[in-house]
Design a protein around this ligand. Structure first.
Ligand code: G6P
Length: 607
């Protein structure tokens, strides 16, 4: 996946494009480029590396023009070299592209046989050549697009700029996201509303297979048959004020500290703060009809889903299955009548989750999107939407979106279990009270992070790190390991503590560090045994627990992090905080790129 942007402006296009590409860097940042048309002539600048590399190039070799397209890349086909950077040009046509043209090899062979020479290893270049070939034989840009679109297979979005056409952009999407922004005599197109937020709030989303012709004065949309269609205009809720880092060093640090607020806002989306009644969105509201809940997600969102399974089963009293979006379709899951699919996704754009949602719909499941971006593709394709109110998240490693997802999912499980008669009024009230108490406990847990410094030094020295947890703490162990891997590049594994004896224990020696996620709940005794087993083999131990757990086992651990007391059912939300801080502070100490770790991207719109 990549970030793409296009503009037909009244002002110089380059500064606008550089700003927009900065907002899109979360989608990929291994190479970057842009092109403009000025006095009819198409020119481009490209650089390997981040936006700063392109900035330097533009200082030496500026570009003029009021119309342009830009791209920030996460490589799929071909390494992140200048040759593979977008825009790709063929004759009069320049293209920036996100996603994959799956039949690019066949198209490339066909074009090569006709004498076309390719400059890059990308799948994108075929689009530029196909369009240019039609222009060369006299087609108008509109006709060329109408002829080329049916030939492209895959999940993609692209924007086209043509030499000699200073008031024209062509844009298309199939499965990958794309938003068109309407200004006053100005037109924009970008991968999402975040890219367009400071420029305009008036957004048109293309449907799957649509393509559009943008002029400064008019936007025309065509469906996959080339028939002119009308798509509604939305007022985006994303505001540019939400996008800064404030006084924090990194977006991730800010987002960690945003959590008390993000959770409180999310909670009130599920629970009415006046009446304390938890409301169930459709399609979960018909509680007795729901036969099974299937939750689908990827990455960190998957660990929120995994936690929710415990809640939906024990509190909701409903069968619940959780799967990785990417595997769900591969195993050709069979779903029951009256089932509900919940797609959990921060961005609402992860292609795996979008495709898994569609698989669920093919079994006539009712669908609920739990997303942080209301205008996202997953939200728009679901029967109902429940929004996490975390605000925009920019750090590639998800933090506040994760705890907001946990909050919403627990709120749903409580409301569902209560409405279905699985839990009594007093239990529902106890759980809601516990949830209401989470933001203040997180604020306390964030107050003094100096105690983490010694642990960070240990983390930087060891060979392997294992995160262990049982029950509700197991998904937090998985999330802890993922966070550490993502931003520090230290090898880490998350395990269900009971599984340690079935394999990972073979790796325990003085070079291994074990982090136990262990609130003093009913499973604490078993965790204590796991801790002894690690210690007996020379492993070092970090214990994340509460005052009671610290009293029982604190002296046996090499490091101790004591968290505020909390009801066991709610503990995963609080225990997410120390695992985030451990990863963050270790990455800062190591000097890695916290907000843009290598090889990753925030929103993954390829399979
Ligand atoms: C990427 C990000 C992760 C995120 C995952 C799922 O891999 O780096 O932080 O958890 O995608 O994203 P989603 O937007 O669907 O929650």
């Amino acid at each position: 996946m990549c970030g793409i942007f296009g503009v037909l402006s009244a002002d110089p296009a380059v500064p606008l494009m550089m700003d927009a590409l900065g907002r899109l860097e979360y989608r990929g940042y291994d190479s970057v480029g842009l092109a403009t048309v000025f006095e009819g002539k198409l020119s481009r600048r490209r650089a390997a590396g981040k936006l700063s590399a392109l900035q330097k190039l533009l200082e030496r070799e500026p570009l003029q023009g009021l119309s342009g397209i830009g791209h920030t890349r996460w490589a799929t086909h071909g390494p992140p070299t200048i040759e593979n950077s977008h825009p790709h040009v063929a004759g009069r046509v320049a293209v920036v592209h996100n996603g994959i043209i799956e039949n690019h090899a066949i198209l490339r062979a066909e074009l090569s046989a006709a004498g076309v020479t390719f400059e890059s290893a990308t799948d994108t270049e075929v689009v530029a050549h196909l369009l240019n070939r039609e222009l060369l034989v006299g087609a108008t840009p509109h006709e060329a697009m109408a002829l080329v679109m049916p030939r492209l297979i895959g999940a993609f979005a692209f924007v086209v700029l043509i030499a000699g056409e200073e008031d024209l952009l062509l844009a298309a999407r199939k499965a990958s996201p794309l938003a068109i922004g309407i200004g006053d005599g100005v037109a924009y197109v970008g991968s999402d509303a975040v890219a367009l937020a400071p420029l305009t709030r008036r957004i048109i989303y293309l449907d799957d297979g649509d393509w559009a012709e943008l002029l400064r004065s008019r936007i025309s949309v065509f469906d996959c048959h080339g028939v002119a269609v009308s798509r509604p205009e939305y007022l985006s809720t994303v505001s540019s004020g939400m996008m800064g880092k404030g006084n924090f060093r990194h977006f991730m640090e800010k987002e960690i500290y945003d959590q008390p607020e993000a959770i409180a806002h999310t909670l009130h989306a599920v629970i009415d703060p006046g009446t304390w009644i938890a409301a169930l969105p459709a399609p979960l509201d018909n509680v007795n009809a729901v036969s099974k809940i299937t939750i689908l997600a990827a990455g960190t969102s998957f660990y929120a889903a995994l936690t929710a399974r415990y809640w939906f089963e024990s509190i909701g009293g409903v069968a619940c299955e959780v799967d990785l979006s990417s595997e769900f379709r591969e195993r050709k899951a069979v779903l029951p009548d009256e089932g509900v699919v919940i797609a959990v996704s921060q961005s609402g754009e992860s292609l795996d989750t979008l495709l898994a949602l569609r698989h669920g719909k093919s079994f006539y499941q009712k669908t609920l999107a739990l997303v942080n971006v209301p205008e996202s593709s997953i939200a728009r394709e679901s029967d109902a939407i429940l929004l996490t109110r975390a605000g925009p998240e920019f750090g590639v490693a998800s933090t506040k979106a994760f705890t907001a997802q946990l909050t919403a999912l627990l709120g749903l499980a409580i409301a569902f279990g209560w409405a279905r008669g699985n839990i009594k009024d007093c239990d529902a009230l106890r759980l809601i009270t516990a949830l209401e108490g989470v933001p203040s406990r997180i604020a306390r847990a964030l107050k003094d992070v100096s105690k983490y410094q010694k642990i960070v030094h240990d983390l930087l020295r060891v060979r392997d790190v294992f995160y262990l947890g049982r029950g509700l703490s197991y998904p937090i162990a998985l999330e802890g390991a993922l966070k550490l891997k993502e931003i520090t590049y230290i090898h880490a594994e998350g395990y269900a503590a009971g599984e340690m004896k079935h394999g990972p224990i073979a790796l325990i020696d003085e070079h291994a560090l074990v982090i136990l996620v262990a609130p003093s709940d009913g499973l604490f005794g078993k965790i204590a045994s796991n801790m002894s087993e690690v210690r007996a083999r020379g492993g070092r131990v970090i214990l994340l627990t509460d005052a009671k757990g610290a009293e029982e086992l604190g002296t046996a651990a090499d490091h101790l992090v004591v968290l505020p007391d909390i009801q066991p059912e709610v503990s995963p939300i609080l225990y997410a905080i120390p695992v985030q801080l451990l990863a963050y502070l270790t990455a800062v100490e190591k000097g890695t790129d916290v907000d843009q770790p290598r090889n990753l991207a925030k929103s993954v719109t390829v399979e």
